[in-house]
Design a protein around this ligand. Structure first.
Ligand code: IPE
Ligand code: IPE
Ligand code: MG
Length: 245
């Protein structure tokens, strides 16, 4: 069996899974076939993350902008796919000790979909391996706005001292207060933008872009992205020492 991914020093990998539509169109298939093929990549990346012991994996599955702006039939098919994924992948999560979490305005999705998501979160909540965080109906600015609102409410109620408030006080009020900062952000399909994903948490993430479309992003491509990460020097504003070079 191939050696697991080298996740040494990595706590959180986030992926903008892009290019399902283009992958399908290039093969003369409808876009939704691309989303279906993308599910196989999700399964492989999740199981490989778990096998390597990666603490946290966040996947951008649906942005608020996608949910509001894509054709209704594409959204309907994405919702059906998501629901099926939540049910069918339960054995994968349990066998691999994966805990499912979500960020985004999940409760605004169709009730039947929300139900399967909540059930899967509940089923996997005792798992202590990789946290798989799916961003669903997610927008980074909205997450920050909601955190700012909680911040204001807590300050007005005297639970927070504005003068002494720190960055952590805001971070604690984000969508998932247990999410670590992103170390590595991968985006597939050649686009070089953030598209409103985890704006706060990617502040010092290493960005890796690949032209591979998501349905073809599998273990070798994941390994390559992680190897690129290991070749980077993270300065965090410091001057680096001779040994770090
Ligand atoms: C990413 O693939 C999946 C979702 C946004 C749901 P796209 O659907 O954005 O694929 P392209 O970018 O049109 O190729
Ligand atoms: C970002 O991809 C959202 C997801 C991958 C779920 P998009 O395909 O929606 O991003 P843009 O529109 O190209 O910026
Ligand atoms: Mg896209």
């Amino acid at each position: 069996m191939k050696a697991p991914l080298d996740v040494n020093g990595l706590r959180h990998v986030a992926v903008i899974m892009d290019g399902n539509g283009r992958w399908a169109e290039a093969r003369g298939l409808v876009r939704t076939r691309g989303h279906r093929a993308g599910v196989d990549s999700v399964r492989e990346i999740v199981t490989e993350s778990a096998r390597a012991g990666l603490p946290w994996l966040s996947l951008f599955a649906l942005s608020t902008e996608n949910y509001q702006r894509r054709p209704r039939h594409e959204i309907r098919s994405l919702m059906a796919l998501l629901r099926r994924f939540m049910i069918r992948e339960r054995p994968t999560f349990m066998e691999n000790d994966v805990r499912l979490r979500t960020v985004g305005l999940v409760d605004e999705l169709p009730p039947r979909v929300v139900e399967t998501i909540r059930e899967t979160e509940e089923l996997t909540k005792g798992n202590g391996g990789t946290v798989l965080c799916l961003a669903l109906n997610y927008g980074g600015r909205r997450e920050l706005l909601d955190a700012a609102k909680r911040f204001a409410v807590d300050a007005a109620a005297g639970r927070l001292d504005l003068e002494a408030a720190t960055e952590d006080d805001l971070a604690r009020r984000l969508g998932d207060d247990t999410m670590p900062e992103v170390d590595l952000l991968i985006r597939t399909a050649g686009e070089m933008r953030i598209s409103n994903f985890l704006l706060w948490q990617v502040s010092y993430a290493e960005l890796v872009f690949t032209s591979t479309c998501w349905p073809e992003f599998r273990f070798p491509q994941f390994e390559e992205a992680v190897a690129t990460y290991h070749g980077r020097i993270r300065r965090f504003g410091r001057v680096i020492t001779e040994e770090e070079r």
